[in-house]
Structures are given as structure tokens and as C-alpha cells.
Write a protein that binds this ligand. Structure first.
Ligand SMILES: [Zn+2]
Length: 341
């Protein structure tokens, strides 16, 4: 049966019907709240949905141009500006690449902007990407805005997991949980909207692990799949590597902090696949193009050891999230990896 993946009209997003439906009803009832929290794994489309919501809030193409329509029209000037990222009333806040956290200065700037009248639209919208990266001062500062918001301000926060935010923040936002898509949904979308052939769509859909954003990136960036293959080849060799070699790898990986999380997520998928393969469920593995290697390694490693590595990788991700020295965390992980001949 063909999976139905027609993007919601106007919203132009694959899947996430439930979250879109909540936003649409909010707009219809004209009961927009001051703060929303979009939760879900990386690359699932949280920021994209927040941007579409911002678009609807500022859209002037509805039946009454003074009122936000339930669905963005995609044609009016406001819609086009939000889509191109240059609407003066939509402000993006994110951690700077060279900083450890979203800083209080960024939130103070947000507050002084929010006290100002909107420049063109009816709302002043702030999208705080990965809001859990706010340091404690910034988080406390945002709390003030949430407690006494300016009337036209709407805050849209994204975060992988609601548990990463202060309870005092959580109690003041409406939460929208975004779920992973099915492999079938992603495969069909890639075939129908990105015109990929069935085989390529199947591989990318399987690798995306339910994250449409990752799938689109894989389609648009040719080097992404090559990079993944390179990393998987390295991963497959790790159990055969000596301690010295492993520590060299740990040092190299920890030097690129931005890439580290993505790398570890890839490792997690790989080791989960090894657990599945060791249980004889090779057909459920995500890395469909590496099944021969997975099968061979799983036979040597066994399910229990592979499961322990999955736990070790999760611990490493957690440690890095809590700002433990990445190199030390990776070295510990390297020692947790089994050795095979
Ligand atoms: Zn519009």
C-alpha cells in the first residue's frame, strides 16, 4: 500500500500532521499563546515547523489581511520574507558556533527587541533554537520574558527533549511533540517530491532513521553519504584497532566539537544494528548497505557486548551534553569497545 505523504497544504511539511493540526486550530480560534516548545530528535524538522508557524502568524494573504490565517498562503510578501529568512519581525536565536552556550547577552538583545514595536507585522516572533543550550543566566532571563510577555511577542523554542529545560520554563510554554516519521513516509516523499529513484530513496529513508531533515540534507549534499560511508568504514575497523590507534581517533574526533554529536549518533545506529544483527534480525537494521559487515561482526561480538556498547555511547553523549571534556569521554568509550581479531 502506498503511504500517504501529501504535505499539509500551505504548511509544506511532510508528516507531523498532529502538531500542525494543533497549530492550525490555535490560529483558527485566534488563541495564539505567548510561547510554544517544539520537541523531538535532531533533524526532525522542529525549526522548520516553527518557521511555518511564524509565517502563518504574519501572513496577510488570508480572508482578512489583519488576522493570521489558519494556514500560511505562501504567496504574500510576509510569507515570502519569512521563507527567505529576512522578515524583520522574525528573530532567530541560537548558540554561536564558537560559544559553549546561548548567552545572557543574546537573551537581553531579544528582550530589548521584543519591547520594540513590530516593524512590519502584527507579531514579534523569536525562534530560540536548541533552547537547552541556554546557560543558567540566559534561562533565568528568558523566564522573565515568559512571565511578563509583551502583548505581541511569540516565543518559539526548540529542544530535543523537554526534560532538558527548567520546569519553570516548561510550565509556561505549550508543548508540541514531534514524532519520527516512518521509513515508508520518507521513502515515498523522496520519490514523489524529490524525484529520487526507488533504490536511492529506500537507502536514504532507511539511513535517515525517521528524520526528514536528515533525508533532505542527504539528497541536497552529495558529500553527506560519502562522509557517512567513510565514518562507517572507520567504525567497522575500530574493534580491530589497537589502543594507541583508538586514542588517536578519540583525539581527532574530539577536535571537531560540532561534528562530534552527529558522529556519535551514527555510531549509536551502527551498534544498535549490531545488536539487531546478533539477534538474527538483520532485516531490521538501518545501515542496509552494510549488512554483510554487520552480520560478520555481530557473529563475533554477540548481542550482549553490542548492547553494552550502545549503553556506553549513550553515556558518552550524555557526558558531552554536560560539558565533560570530550576527549576524555571518548577515550573512556574507546576502552569500552570490544576487541576482535
Ligand atoms: Zn501569506
Amino acid at each position: 500500500m502506498q503511504t500517504q505523504v501529501k504535505p499539509s497544504p500551505g504548511w509544506d511539511i511532510v508528516g507531523h500532521e498532529h502538531a500542525i493540526d494543533i497549530l492550525r486550530r490555535t490560529l483558527q480560534a485566534q488563541q495564539v499563546r505567548h510561547a510554544y516548545l517544539f520537541t523531538g530528535p535532531q533533524h526532525i524538522g522542529k525549526t522548520l515547523l516553527a518557521q511555518r508557524f511564524a509565517q502563518a502568524l504574519l501572513c496577510t494573504g488570508g480572508p482578512d489581511p489583519r488576522v493570521a490565517p489558519a494556514t500560511p498562503c505562501n504567496a504574500c510578501l510576509a510569507c515570502r520574507k519569512v521563507r527567505h529568512g529576512n522578515h524583520p519581525d522574525v528573530h532567530m536565536v541560537a548558540r554561536a558556533k564558537d560559544k559553549q552556550a546561548i548567552l545572557i547577552e543574546q537573551i537581553r538583545e531579544l528582550q530589548s527587541n521584543s519591547a520594540r514595536r513590530t516593524l512590519e507585522g502584527r507579531r514579534n516572533i523569536f525562534i530560540i533554537q536548541d533552547a537547552h543550550e541556554m546557560n543558567i543566566q540566559a534561562a533565568n532571563c528568558i523566564l522573565k520574558t515568559l512571565e511578563e510577555p509583551e502583548p505581541d511577542v511569540v516565543l518559539l523554542l526548540t529542544v530535543p527533549d523537554a526534560g532538558l529545560l527548567l520546569p519553570t520554563i516548561l510550565s509556561r510554554v505549550q508543548q508540541l511533540t514531534m514524532q519520527l516519521l516512518t521509513t515508508g513516509q520518507i521513502k515515498t516523499a523522496l520519490e514523489q517530491q524529490w524525484e529520487l529513484d526507488a533504490q536511492e530513496a529506500a537507502l536514504i529513508a532507511a539511513l535517515s532513521a525517521g528524520r526528514m531533515g536528515w533525508a533532505i540534507e542527504a539528497v541536497e549534499r552529495e558529500d553527506l553519504l560519502a562522509e557517512r560511508k567513510e565514518q562507517l568504514d572507520l567504525l567497522a575497523k575500530l574493534p580491530m584497532a589497537s589502543k594507541v590507534q583508538r586514542f588517536e581517533i578519540a583525539q581527532r574526533l574530539s577536535a571537531d566539537a560540532d561534528k562530534l554529536q552527529t558522529t556519535l549518533e551514527l555510531w549509536l545506529l551502527w551498534w544498535r544494528d549490531l545488536v539487531l544483527a546478533a539477534h538474527g534480525c538483520l532485516d531490521l537494521t538501518v545501515n542496509v548497505d552494510m549488512r554483510a559487515v554487520l552480520k560478520a561482526q555481530a557473529a563475533k561480538i554477540g548481542a550482549e557486548v553490542a548492547q553494552n556498547v550502545v549503553r556506553a555511547i549513550l553515556r558518552t553523549l550524555e557526558a558531552i551534553e554536560q560539558n565533560v571534556n570530550a576527549r576524555v569521554a571518548l577515550e573512556v568509550l574507546m576502552l569500552d569497545l570490544p576487541t576482535i581479531k
